[in-house]
Design a protein. Structure first.
Length: 243
């Protein structure tokens, strides 16, 4: 996994999203939902949820929005029944794409996802058509832009906590875990006073696909179109950014 910086791609996407009105709250909502869904709605026992909520509050996300997304993830939101659905397909240049959605109207959502793929040069596939190209992993980022975190100490702490791999890319430590060990690793690193820049259970590409600048632009338009749907929780792909 070393040599391919997922964090670089995440930063690029977040910077683009945050430049759009309301996108920053949408990103926090997704992070809160995913953390609560995987580890429960109690911040005292779910370190990933606590991290996500702290980030959201730092950006002045209203408490009502935070609570609503926790309740949505834990199935306690009154008046609505939500269903998780995963869509798979290919973007421009053969980039593999996985789209996770949370919806109370799967017919509406399916139409939106299908339209986004078709309009932006992609093809929506069957379940399993691209997921075999990804590994489901816990993914944690500890930024080290000021170079104050010792590499050996960081690596030993992460491995002692149960991590599978640690790589250093773009001024950050990228830590990979099994989904089962993810929560324990997050909790241990926080106990050691590491500040987590990102933490989630996600899909990591086994291989990355590089495109021409023109095709990469088309691919990012597809991602933007998918993320315009309020039902979309996350978009995973194996594009290796040229930037």
């Amino acid at each position: 996994m070393a040599g391919h910086s997922k964090w670089k791609n995440i930063q690029k996407r977040k910077n683009a999203q945050d430049a759009k009105k309301g996108k920053i709250f949408m990103r926090h909502a997704k992070d809160i939902y995913l953390a609560a869904k995987s580890g429960g709605g109690d911040m005292d026992t779910n370190a990933a949820l606590r991290t996500a909520v702290d980030k959201a509050k730092a950006d002045n996300m209203p408490n009502d929005n935070i609570e609503r997304n926790i309740k949505k993830a834990t199935g306690t939101l009154d008046g609505a029944t939500y269903e998780e659905i995963t869509y798979e397909g290919y973007g421009p240049g053969g980039v593999a794409v996985i789209v996770n959605v949370l919806t109370d109207n799967k017919n509406r959502t399916a139409a939106e996802i299908r339209h986004a793929f078709k309009k932006n040069g992609g093809n929506l596939g069957e379940n399993g058509s691209v997921s075999f190209m990804f590994d489901r992993k816990g993914y944690i980022v500890v930024e080290n832009e000021d170079d104050t975190i010792d590499e050996d100490t960081m690596t030993l702490d992460a491995l002692e906590a149960g991590a599978e791999d640690v790589s250093i890319e773009d001024g950050a430590y990228e830590i990979y875990t099994s989904p089962e060990d993810y929560q324990d690793v997050v909790s241990y690193l926080e106990e050691q006073s590491y500040k987590l820049a990102d933490a989630e259970v996600t899909f990591i590409p086994q291989n990355y696909n590089s495109l021409s600048p023109e095709d990469e632009e088309k691919m990012m338009k597809l991602v933007d179109a998918l993320e315009e749907s309020e039902d979309v929780q996350d978009v995973h792909h194996n594009l290796e950014s040229n930037e």
